[in-house]
Structures are given as structure tokens and as C-alpha cells.
Design a protein around this ligand. Sequence first.
Ligand code: DAH
Length: 344
Amino acid sequence: MSRELSHEIDELIQVFKAEVEQVQSQQQHRGLKEKYFSRRKGICPLLMQRLRDIPPKEKAEAGRLINRFKQMVEQSLDEVFTRLEPDRRKPGIDWTLPPVSHAPGAPHLIERTRTELEDIFIQMGYEVAEGPEMESEYNNFTALNIPAHHPARDEQDTFFIQDIDDMVLRTHTSPVQIRYMKSKQPPFKAIFPGKVFRKDEPDATHTPVFHQIEGLLVDREINFSHLRGILEAFIRAFFGEDIKTRFRPGYFPFTEPSAEIDISCFLCFGQDAECRICKGTGWLEILGSGMVHPGVLMNCGIDPDLFSGFAFGMGVDRIALLRHGVPDLRMFFENDLRFLRQFR
Ligand code: DAH
């Protein structure tokens, strides 16, 4: 009889071990405890009852077996209970609440466009340099062939700095050309990104603060075909291989000759007379450029008989606006998240 019981208990041990391993919650723990210890139907009390029918000689041995089993079950259940306890001790955490989401930030579309434009020139070996937003009238105008009464000063309604003579908020990034050329010996090629300021009344295509990227390359025997080759390569890299370019004669006091560069409309390809981007012309103006004026080179201590170069300037905001079909420039600066989130 005792051998039979011992066998049965061995089996019970196996079953219990498998069961106790599965316990993950206090509820399961309670269920298992009941199965083994509930007063009337629990496995341990039932085993104890069977002692009555066991012959006296074997009683002591059987009792020991059952007790050992009972202790083992009790101890395992206690251990499991302590393992589960931490979740009882942290009443502050309610695992049933919905998760708190953290929306990650993202660079503004203007910032992203600027980096993308910069990267193309960086890949072509251009250095990136910056100049101050508050600039001398000399660098912003005079050194760039725009003398005090030159009509070009009227085009750019300027913010003058009160109480500081001859200082302005730069109206373009071109003065960085002057600073850069004065500090270096050619050959060099660099781009100058940054904020510029004009006293424009805000409307769909004007804001008093906007962003430009200026470019400059100076070396021996640089001519207009270099300018054209580089800028066409840049335009293809940014707008795609199928884009056509058009060079129109232009005027800037600091370049001679000067050209304005248009690209074919990437929305309608000139096919839609009412295109919202090109207004039916088929062309979009995106760059001003030209061969650096010999006078400007001289202002910076560079001999125009030995060196020549080209320069260009573009509006980052305008390019972002055209590329994404944004109807109003002011939207970039209003910080309406519904607008900004579209460009994450
Ligand atoms: N500074 C000019 C502007 O703000 C843009 C520009 C035109 C820059 C021609 C250049 C250039 O370097 O060569 O309108």
C-alpha cells in the first residue's frame, strides 16, 4: 500500500511542478492553492484522509511521504507568491491605461530643403561657410558694386540698425562672398546659407525674413560654361534628370555677365495654361547667377587678370514652396502643426 502511495505521490509531484511553472498571476496562484489545499476537495487533505485506511505498520511511513509532499507544495506556492508580489506592491501603475504617446519632432521643411540643397554642393566638393546676419553697409552693398545711390539699393528695402551707423540686417547672402574672398586665397568653392531680411509687406510670395543659399567659385580661367555646367548638374540632382533649364540674360551689379535661371515646370511641363505653380508659362525662376565682376574681385584683393569665378544665389523658401506646391509663403512661418506635419 505504501509503495502504491509513494508511486502516486511521485506522479503528483510531476503534475504539480508542471502546474506551478505556468503560474503568472495571483489569480492562477490562488486557483492552484485551492486545488491542493481546499478543505474538502484539496489534494493534500484527501491524501491525509486516506491515512485512515492504511495498515498501522505502514501508517508512519505513509504519513511522512504525504507530509513531505504537502510541505514541498506549500513552499513552492510561497516562492511563486513572492515572485508575483512586486506587481501587488506598485499600486501607482495601472497597466490597463492607454499608452502615453510621445510624438517625435522633425526638422522644419525649410531646414530640410536647405540641408538637401547643401548636400548636393558638398558632394561636389564645396565648403559651407556662414556670415553674420547683421552686416556692414559696405559688405552688403558697396563692395558688391552697389554704391550709395545705386538704384539696386531701392529694390531691397533694408532694415537699418538704429543707433549703429552703417549697419544693416543683410538683404542677401552675397556679402558673405566678400568676407570669404577677403579671408582666402583662390582657388576655392563654397556655399553660404543663411537668413536674409527685407522690409517687405508679408504676402503670398514675400516674408520679411527668408533664406538664401549663395554659391561662389574662383579659380584660374573660369568661364561661363563652368557656371552653366555646375548649375545644370545641381538642378538635375535636386529636381530630377528630366528637368530642362533656361538661361536668361539678367542684371546684378556684382556679376557680369549675369543670368537668371529657369527650370521647366515639373508639375505641368508647360502643358497646363492654368498651372498653379508656373501660371501657364511652363517655366519657374529659381536662381540668379553670373561671372563675378572684376571690381568685386579687386575689392577683395584678388587679381582679376589671374583669377575669375562665378557666383549664384537662390531662395530656399521659394524652392521649397515650388517643389511642394505650397500656395502661400507665410504658411512656413505660422507654425500651424497641421501644415508642418505634412512634411515630416
Ligand atoms: N543676391 C541676389 C539677390 O538677393 C541673388 C544673386 C544673384 C546672388 C546673382 C548671386 C548672383 O551670387 O551671382 O537677389
